[in-house]
Design a protein around this ligand. Structure first.
Ligand SMILES: [Zn+2]
Length: 178
């Protein structure tokens, strides 16, 4: 790598610049439509077969003269060169692309979030932020929640109080020990 790589890079940049100028000149001295059509017809073959970029599969602007392009742009040519160089060195070319993407993901509420969320739901229903049409979907969801809620036998049996008392007793015991 090092100086050799840099020199190689500079050489290729120079070459790319030269080709760009050459291309610009060609475009300027582009003959009339009919002439171009005739010469295209004459040069059918290899030149016309090279229509897709060897790197990105994008279209290649056909050239009447000069070397047959393999790539659609200097960028693609450079990418291909990097890949070739990496393959030769036994290492792989890694392009790190960093961009910030903001994605709104509904957070999964934790068990302690629900009372506040349900209170907010009640508020939104009351103040009309939730429309009547939303209520139709909501009633199904609430029905499902209620069904799940009632599947807890200790809730329906009212034993939630005894559980609370047991916890209070346990905390009191821990308080005495600690
Ligand atoms: Zn390309």
């Amino acid at each position: 790598m090092g100086s050799k790589g840099t020199a190689d890079y500079r050489r290729r940049r120079k070459e790319a610049e030269r080709r760009r100028r050459q291309k610009a000149e060609l475009t300027q001295s582009e003959p009339k439509q009919s002439d171009a059509a005739i010469s295209r017809g004459l040069s059918l073959g290899r030149r016309d077969a090279a229509t897709d970029c060897a790197w990105c599969d994008g279209p290649i602007t056909p050239r009447r003269r000069g070397p047959i392009p393999k790539w659609c742009s200097a960028t693609c040519r450079h990418r291909a060169w990097e890949q070739t160089r990496a393959a030769a060195s036994g290492r792989s070319a890694v392009q790190v692309v960093e961009r910030r993407v903001e994605v709104l993901v509904p957070a999964t509420p934790a068990r302690r979030d629900w009372p506040a969320l349900l209170a907010e739901l009640a508020r939104q229903i009351d103040d009309g932020r939730i429309y009547d049409r939303d209520l139709i979907d909501l009633s199904n969801a609430l029905g499902t929640v209620l069904k799940a809620y009632r599947r807890r036998p200790h809730v329906v049996s009212g034993s939630i109080n005894s559980q609370r008392q047991a916890r209070a007793r346990q905390e009191a015991r821990q308080g005495r020990v600690g």
